[in-house]
Design a protein around this ligand. Structure first.
Ligand code: CDP
Ligand code: MG
Length: 136
């Protein structure tokens, strides 16, 4: 069993896609074991995207993630990390396959609707950041 983090970014919440995205995850057979709607502070988002600190899009993605409410989901299941990444689709929605969240609902890389952990180390770090009390 693996655990992974999904964030539904502000655009996903504004477009009322919380249910759609969560339903897809549940239908796949993965379990929601933590869930909260929050308006994230800059410090948490900067720590979340620490690996991208030197990249030109860092300021933009941090501003976007703090621009409105987001949903943080802790997801558990067999091969959850890879399964979720595949369901969300390529980072740039133009390259994302139809049938993926980004391929079905997004058009721009700046508003690609979700984050999901890339590997087990990232998952552990990110779950600790967004669910510090370990409510799952
Ligand atoms: O989210 P994912 O792991 O697929 O992509 P990433 O390469 O780790 O980038 C993190 C996030 O930064 C992306 O999801 C985009 O929201 C944003 N980004 C961007 O705005 N412009 C880029 N050229 C690359 C990433
Ligand atoms: Mg990433």
């Amino acid at each position: 069993m693996e655990k992974t983090l999904v964030l539904i970014k502000p655009g996903g919440v504004q477009r009322n896609l919380i249910g759609e995205i969560t339903a897809r995850i549940e239908r796949r057979g993965l379990k929601v074991v933590g869930l909260k709607l929050i308006h994230a502070d800059r410090e948490t988002v900067e720590a979340h995207y620490d690996e991208h600190r030197e990249r030109p899009f860092f300021g933009g993605v941090v501003s976007y993630l703090t621009s409105g409410p987001i949903v943080a989901l802790a997801i558990e299941g067999e091969n959850a990390i890879k399964a979720i990444r595949a369901m969300m689709g390529a980072t740039n929605p133009i390259d994302a396959n139809p049938g993926t969240v980004r391929g079905d609902f997004a058009l721009s890389i700046e508003d690609n609707l979700t984050h999901s952990s890339s590997d087990p180390e990232a998952a552990e770090r990110e779950l600790g950041l967004w669910f510090p009390t370990g409510t799952f």
